[in-house]
Ligand binder design. Structure first.
Ligand SMILES: Nc1ncnc2c1ncn2[C@@H]1O[C@H](COP(=O)(O)OP(=O)(O)OP(=O)(O)O)[C@@H](O)[C@H]1O
Ligand SMILES: [Mg+2]
Length: 253
C-alpha cells in the first residue's frame, strides 16, 4: 500500500446558514490521481481550499504531506501547488517573465525553457500571457505549479471550457506529471474524464460523501445491482468524430 499523503476526517464547514461540508472523510495515497466529483455546490472547491490551507474548517482534521492544516500551514504551502485561475497572472508579461517572477516568489531557481517544454509551450516563451488560447492558458497554469517541484498539485476544474483535443492533451500532461511521482487532486464535471484519468474518485453531494473508489469498481457495482442503459450506445461518439476529424496534437492557435 502506498503512503497516505492526505487524510481528511469528519470535515465540517458552514458558510452562515449553508452547511457546505457535513462530515467528509477520505484518504489520498502518494502518487495517485484523485478526483473530487459532485454536482454544483456539492462542496468540492470548499474541500480543496481547506486542503490548500486557504480556508479554515469549522471542525474535523486534515493532514497534507504529514502536516496538520491548522498547526503547520506554511510547511504544507511549501510542498503543494495550487493551479491559479487566469486572473492571477499579469497579462502583459511574457511566459518566460511570468515563470521568472513566480520562481522569485517561491525563492527557487528554475529553468523557464525546460518548464515550458514539459507542457508543450516551448515556442511560446516570448508570447504574452494574454495572447494564449484557452488550452494554452490552462497548460501554462499547470506549468507554474511545477516550478518548486511540489509533492501534491491541486487542480480545480482544469479542463472546463477546453475543446476535446485540448482536454485530452491536458489528461496526458497530468498523467505525465503523475508518472514522476507527484500526487494530483482534481475536480471535474466530466465523468469520462474522471473515468480515464483518476485512479480513485470521491463523489460528494450536499457536503456528504455518497461514494468512493476506483471508477471501474463503482461502475461494476452499479452493473451488479442490475443497472442497464436505457438506450443502446453506438461504438463511437460525436466526440470521437470530432477528434478524428480535427486531430489530437497540441495546437498553437
Ligand atoms: N464564500 C462563500 N460564502 C457563502 N457560501 C459559499 C461560499 N463558498 C461556497 N459557498 C456555498 O457552499 C456550498 C459549496 O460550494 P463549493 O464552491 O464548495 O461547491 P462546488 O462543489 O465546488 O461547486 P461547483 O461545481 O459549482 O464549483 C454551496 O452551497 C455554495 O453556495
Ligand atoms: Mg467548485
Amino acid at each position: 500500500m502506498p503512503d497516505k499523503i492526505i487524510e481528511v476526517r469528519d470535515l465540517k464547514k458552514n458558510y452562515g446558514p449553508v452547511a457546505a461540508l457535513q462530515g467528509i472523510d477520505f484518504t489520498v495515497y502518494a502518487g495517485e490521481i484523485f478526483g473530487l466529483l459532485g454536482p454544483n455546490g456539492a462542496g468540492k472547491t470548499t474541500t480543496l481550499e481547506i486542503m490548500e490551507t486557504l480556508l479554515r474548517a469549522d471542525s474535523g482534521s486534515v493532514s497534507v504531506c504529514g502536516f496538520d492544516v491548522e498547526k503547520h500551514p506554511s510547511e504544507i504551502k511549501r510542498r503543494i501547488a495550487v493551479q491559479l485561475q487566469s486572473s492571477g497572472y499579469y497579462p502583459n508579461l511574457t511566459l518566460r517573465e511570468l515563470l521568472e517572477l513566480f520562481s522569485g516568489l517561491y525563492n527557487v531557481k528554475s529553468n523557464p525553457q525546460s518548464l515550458l517544454e514539459i507542457v508543450g509551450l516551448e515556442e511560446k516563451g516570448n508570447a504574452r500571457y494574454k495572447h494564449l488560447s484557452g488550452g494554452q492558458k490552462q497548460r501554462f497554469s499547470i506549468c507554474t505549479t511545477l516550478i518548486h517541484n511540489p509533492e501534491v498539485i491541486f487542480l480545480d476544474e482544469p479542463t472546463t471550457g477546453l475543446d476535446p483535443q485540448a482536454r485530452r492533451n491536458l489528461w496526458k500532461l497530468i498523467q505525465s506529471i503523475r508518472s514522476k511521482g507527484t500526487t494530483i487532486v482534481l475536480t471535474t464535471h466530466y465523468m469520462e474524464e474522471a473515468e480515464q484519468l483518476c485512479d480513485r474518485v470521491l463523489i460528494i453531494d450536499s457536503g456528504k460523501v455518497i461514494a468512493s473508489g476506483a471508477p471501474s469498481d463503482l461502475i461494476d457495482n452499479l452493473v451488479s445491482e442490475g443497472f442497464k442503459r436505457e438506450v443502446s450506445v453506438k461504438s463511437a461518439s460525436l466526440e470521437d468524430v470530432f477528434i478524428s476529424l480535427t486531430g489530437r496534437q497540441w495546437r498553437n492557435t
